[in-house]
Write a protein that binds this ligand. Structure first.
Ligand code: G3H
Length: 340
């Protein structure tokens, strides 16, 4: 059993300035990208059975010592892109989500844990919901991330997708989650994928760009590895697993492949690119598995909001319940312990 013995490096901790919200340091230097290196891309392999075997051991092997669990859970909250991506989204729902992003943990729980206020990493919405989100988050330091480029399928005309990015940036989105054209991966057209990524990168201007690979639709882990590298070469600041709308979203095998591509890219270029697992991550224990995986594979530097986010719509609720249990020793009536 591997224990995360230490507190997460910058977990919200007790401090002299209690009452002062920590403004998230969410943006590192942008990734300039590089020329498409096809030899490197085609050399990327993934031994599926070895990766699946290793991934299967992760939830059991990696745990967080009970004493440090609350700090890790608070850390996880600071790394959430708090998301609503529903056809029935309204400005009111987005405003409520933003209020939650500003104050994701009840004050009495923070007091009991002797922790300073925290915020989520970002709020993630459709383009049409960017203005109410920007207004609701004003002064908080929390960025708005917009899913643009014809999310989730990405099959609208290229000029429409590029225009959508420009409109989202003009509306105040500081991060753009683009979806790649899966067909470029499935047909091995790496040049087309690279060119698309370059154009998306350029349209984002100063905004940071997360490339959603939709890994559940890429066929093989080898394709995931290659698409990850091409998107990083094309200038992605983050690579993200899924839209949350595919039938298979974030998984541990896919994460291992993408994390290794991130490490490879860093080793060869010196640039750290961020990672965003998204879709179906709704349990605190799963969040802890991801955090310890990242810490062990990439190191604690990657556990900062500029290099790691969870894309999640319901994870925060479960983390809150775990924190409440940590503080009060009980769960709300009818709640079944998911960490057991
Ligand atoms: O990008 C974020 C995902 O769409 C969220 O997926 P989820 O609703 O399964 O948490």
């Amino acid at each position: 059993m591997t224990h995360a013995d230490t507190r997460p490096e910058t977990a919200a901790g007790a401090g002299d300035d209690r009452g002062t919200a920590q403004l998230p340091q969410v943006h590192a230097a942008r990734n300039p990208g590089q020329e498409l290196d096809l030899d490197w891309v085609l050399s990327a392999r993934a031994n599926t059975s070895a990766i699946e075997r290793r991934a299967a051991t992760l939830p059991g092997r990696r745990s967080v010592k009970k004493d440090h669990q609350a700090a890790w859970l608070l850390k996880a909250i600071t790394l959430i892109d708090l998301t609503t991506l529903s056809g029935d989204d309204t400005a009111g729902r987005v405003r409520r989500l933003c209020a939650k992003a500003r104050q994701p943990v009840r004050a009495d729980i923070l007091d009991a844990l002797k922790m300073r206020p925290i915020t989520t990493g970002a709020v993630c919405v459709y383009h049409e919901m960017v203005p109410p989100a920007v207004a609701a988050l004003e002064g908080s330091g929390i960025p708005v991330a917009a899913v643009s480029t014809g999310f989730p399928a990405g099959l609208s005309p290229l000029e429409t997708r590029l225009r959508e990015i420009e409109l989202s940036v003009a509306a105040g989105a500081r991060e753009i989650d683009i979806v790649i054209s899966r067909r470029h991966v499935l047909t091995g057209n790496w040049q087309a994928l690279y060119d698309e990524m370059r154009q998306f990168r350029a349209a984002c201007g100063e905004a940071h760009v997360k490339a959603i690979l939709a890994t559940g639709e890429l066929g093989t882990l080898r394709n995931v590895a290659r698409a990850s590298l091409v998107c990083m070469m094309g200038g992605a600041d983050f690579i993200k697993t899924s839209t949350g709308k595919e039938s298979v979203n974030a998984t541990l095998p896919v994460s291992l492949v993408m994390i290794r591509a991130l490490r490879d890219y860093h080793d060869r270029t010196g640039y750290r690119i961020g990672y965003k697992p998204a879709g179906g991550i709704s349990k605190a224990k799963d969040a802890l598995t991801y955090l310890t995986l990242i810490r062990d594979e990439l190191g604690p530097r990657w556990l900062q909001p500029d290099l790691f986010r969870f894309g999640a719509s319901s994870l925060l609720g479960d983390i809150e319940r775990q924190l409440e249990h940590h503080v009060t020793g009980r769960y709300s009536a009818g709640y079944r312990h998911p960490m057991a």
